[in-house]
Ligand binder design. Structure first.
Ligand SMILES: Cc1ncc(COP(=O)(O)O)c(C=O)c1O
Length: 376
């Protein structure tokens, strides 16, 4: 793979050392072209563009994301954010016999909030023994016949550690619970196969590793599960006869589009398709290999320089999110920004997240800055 050739796709890379893809993936020229096309259609056809192309494009995106996730397109719904997708799922679950939801201490907070605000739901947080990973045995300790759902991350945003989804699925299913996976930090950087791993529900979106920007998210629900889930929030995009405009009757669509509500953000859909074009053309296994090489270069260099890292112990458990313990991380990030290096901070740490478009030289440059900051 000619990785350097891919750098021309992303204009920001000629101006910055961009190492914050876990926050926001770089904008590519294919996304820009897709959005220009959308604008042209809007300008040419007006509202009839919905029928000419836009409805078809929503279908194309659902289909391509379903393939990326290893699932069937009938299980795929679009949403404006993963928080909204999670809220729709939360509204469809019956917590009366099983009031418990199990999350992990290292999960992104929005994942826990959905259940915390629901009356009668008891949220149990699984602790991390090492601050970076969660031992699956800790889940097994708390998941029981009162548990409706295990809701946790594929990759922890806070440490980059990867969880093994098939193990979590077995733990949940053995006790009659469902497994919901927040794959925001894995889709586009790690292969995902919801069918192989027996995942019931999964959320993700184009913002980060899928290079498709904000304003959109994806919800996957195992097709056999869809008819059993009836949301208690609804909108016309989820209605079986959306264009019948029947105000007297409501039936859900039979597939996962029942979780969709109102008019989707079409610019976001087009940005997302541009990012998806790039990811599909390279292929996620190749991206994983490239990102792992860049990550291990960063990890080995940081360790050799005596920097402390918060991360999983084995390389195969690590993704391209590297947390470097550092004094005054916000000031360190600002210092690097003045040198055109874009990284991020979280309490006590600078967070560095390379993607396939970064180079070995860029990794060495950021390492040099981190070491210099740590030893003024
Ligand atoms: C793991 C994870 N889940 C969820 C989100 C955000 O979800 P939403 O689409 O609701 O903004 C993020 C980051 O923005 C994240 O890192």
């Amino acid at each position: 793979m000619d990785w350097l050739h891919w750098r021309d796709e992303f204009p920001i890379l000629s101006r910055k050392i961009y190492l914050n893809s876990c926050s926001l993936g770089a904008l590519g020229v294919r996304s820009q072209a897709r959005v220009r096309e959308f604008e042209q259609e809007w300008s040419t056809y007006g509202a009839s563009a919905w029928y000419e192309t836009w409805m078809r494009r929503l279908g194309e995106l659902r289909m391509r994301v379903a393939v990326l996730l290893g699932g069937d397109a009938t299980g795929l719904a679009l949403a404006p954010s993963t928080s909204v997708a999670l809220a729709a799922v939360a509204s469809a679950l019956d917590f009366r016999a099983r009031p418990k939801v199990v999350v992990a201490d290292l999960d992104f907070p929005t994942l826990a909030y959905q259940w915390m605000v629901r009356p009668g739901v008891e949220v149990v947080r699984v602790p991390s023994d090492d601050g970076a990973t969660i031992d699956p045995a800790r889940f097994a300790d708390v998941v029981d016949e009162r548990t409706a759902l295990v809701a946790t991350s594929h990759v922890f945003y806070s440490t980059g550690a990867i969880q093994e989804l098939s193990t979590l699925a077995t733990i949940a299913h053995d006790r009659g619970a469902l497994l919901l996976v927040d794959a925001y930090q894995s889709a586009g950087q790690l292969p995902i196969d919801v069918s192989r791993d027996d995942v019931d529900i999964l959320t993700t979106g184009p913002l980060k590793w899928l290079l498709g920007g904000p304003g959109l998210a994806y919800l996957y629900v195992r097709p056999e599960l869809v008819p059993r889930l009836r949301p208690t929030v609804a909108g016309w995009f989820g209605a079986r006869d959306q264009f019948a405009f029947d105000i007297e009757h409501f039936d859900f669509k039979e597939d996962a589009r029942r979780f969709e509500m109102g008019t989707p953000s079409l610019p976001s859909v087009h940005y997302a398709l541009g990012g998806q074009d790039v990811v599909d053309e390279i292929g996620v296994p190749a991206i994983r290999e490239r990102n792992a090489a860049l990550t291990e270069r960063l990890v080995n260099g940081a360790r050799a320089a005596g920097l402390r890292l918060r991360m999983a112990p084995e390389p195969e458990q690590r993704s391209a999110i590297v947390m470097v313990a550092i004094e005054d991380p916000a000031a360190a990030v600002a210092h690097m920004a003045r040198r055109h290096i874009v990284v991020d901070s979280r309490p006590g740490h600078v967070r560095v997240s390379p993607h396939f478009y970064n180079t070995e030289d860029e990794i060495d440059r950021v390492l040099g800055e981190l070491v210099a900051w740590s030893r003024p």
